[in-house]
Each structure stands twice: as structure tokens, then as C-alpha cells.
Design a protein around this ligand. Structure first.
Ligand SMILES: [Zn+2]
Ligand SMILES: [Zn+2]
Length: 222
């Protein structure tokens, strides 16, 4: 095995403090924004600070605080937008209409260059990322993960000590629980994850003490 060559910085954006991730390959200096939700100038300044050329934009789901800056960054960089699943296009079409509710005025509606499906792979140079479809918070939510680097971008599926809201239109609580257990836990307890909001954690930690999806909690409810 070669040395790890993935670097990451997390940049909270928008009034909702959504965690945009800037990840890059330290050898090629090519990078990706995962969930660029807003504040394009700040995100581009971060990429410039680390000398990173943005070559891809990845979206976990269609909510405005995750996808609002994607269209503008695509225009600035020429990088294609990959994800989410096509079942979230209706949300990507609503970004501008929803913005006023959340105090996000710079969001733009967007159509990705590529929709993602269960089992797809994404690449950044010679690094490969897996894709798993995890509906429940939104119908087209995907989780993007790198097995070698043991790092997952879970959007609003899972948080440190919580799970995504399912009280939005097309939300489904049971579907979300099923997706977490069926699609995320098999990736390994030592898998670290960047959630859409708040601090990082690991799947193993959440399986121990998350009040919604810990093993003990789910067994007690089964
Ligand atoms: Zn969301
Ligand atoms: Zn969010």
C-alpha cells in the first residue's frame, strides 16, 4: 500500500452551517467539493489557499444547503456535477424557491451532469469512491465513501448522535433506518464519516450510542 494521499478540509457554509468538504489528491492537487451549499467565494478561496484545482462536484442530495453553489462552481471551474440520485431532481429544481425560507439567497437550481445509482463508482484521479443509495431523508440521497481512506460523506443520513429529519415531503423514517443498517454498517465500524452538519464520527461509535440507530436501540425496538 502506498501512503494516504487524500487530504480533506471541512468548510461550514450557509446559515445552516452545512459541512462542505474539500478533498484532494496530494500528488495531483486535483480536488472535489462535496455538497457545496453556498458561499461560493469562500469555497473557491479555500481551494486556492491549498493550491487545489477543482475537477469534480459531488452532491449527496438535493437540499439547498448542500447543492446551492453547485451550478456557480461548475461555471467557474468547468467541473462536472455528479449526484445525487435522479429521485432528488425535484429538490434541485426548488433551490431558488426555497432559499428565502432559510435566508439563503445565493442558491441556484441545478441539473447534474450525472445521476448516481446504488453501486456506482466515482473517481478522483486514481482514487475510487463507492456510492450507496440511502433514501429516507430525501428519496434520492446517496452516500459517497472511500474504503481505503475509511471516510464517508453521508450528507443528512446520519449525524453524531442523531439521524436525518424525515418530516419533509417524501421523507420516510423507516426507510432511513433501513438504509443506515443495510447500506452503511457493512462498510465497517472504523469508517469515519463527515455528516452534513456538526462533528465527524465513526459508524462504530454510532452503533454504540446513537439514540436512533445504536445496535441496542434497534434490537430493543425489533
Ligand atoms: Zn438535507
Ligand atoms: Zn442539510
Amino acid at each position: 500500500m502506498s501512503q494516504p494521499k487524500m487530504e480533506i478540509r471541512i468548510i461550514p457554509v450557509t446559515p445552516l452551517q452545512q459541512n462542505t468538504s474539500l478533498i484532494w489528491n496530494t500528488e495531483t492537487k486535483e480536488g472535489v467539493f462535496v455538497d457545496p451549499g453556498g458561499e461560493t467565494a469562500r469555497l473557491m478561496a479555500a481551494a486556492e489557499q491549498f493550491g487545489v484545482k477543482i475537477v469534480k462536484i459531488w452532491l449527496t442530495h438535493g437540499h439547498l444547503d448542500h447543492a446551492g453553489a453547485a451550478a456557480e462552481i461548475r461555471e467557474l471551474t468547468g467541473a462536472p456535477i455528479e449526484g445525487p440520485h435522479k429521485d432528488d431532481q425535484w429538490l434541485l429544481d426548488e433551490i431558488e424557491a426555497q432559499g428565502a425560507k432559510y435566508g439563503i439567497t445565493d442558491g441556484r437550481n441545478v441539473t447534474p451532469d450525472r445521476y448516481l445509482e446504488e453501486g456506482d463508482t466515482l473517481t478522483l484521479g486514481d482514487m475510487t469512491f463507492g456510492v450507496t443509495h440511502c433514501p429516507g431523508h430525501t428519496p434520492g440521497h446517496v452516500v459517497i465513501y472511500n474504503l481505503e481512506g475509511k471516510l464517508a460523506f453521508v450528507g443528512d443520513v446520519l449525524f453524531r448522535g442523531s439521524i436525518g429529519r424525515t418530516d419533509f415531503p417524501k421523507g420516510n423514517h423507516q426507510q432511513l433506518l433501513d438504509a443506515i443498517v443495510r447500506n452503511l454498517w457493512p462498510l465497517g465500524n472504523d469508517m469515519r464519516f463527515v455528516p452534513g452538519h456538526g462533528p465527524m464520527s465513526t459508524f462504530g461509535q454510532e452503533r454504540q450510542d446513537n439514540p436512533f440507530v445504536a445496535d441496542g436501540v434497534l434490537q430493543a425496538g425489533a
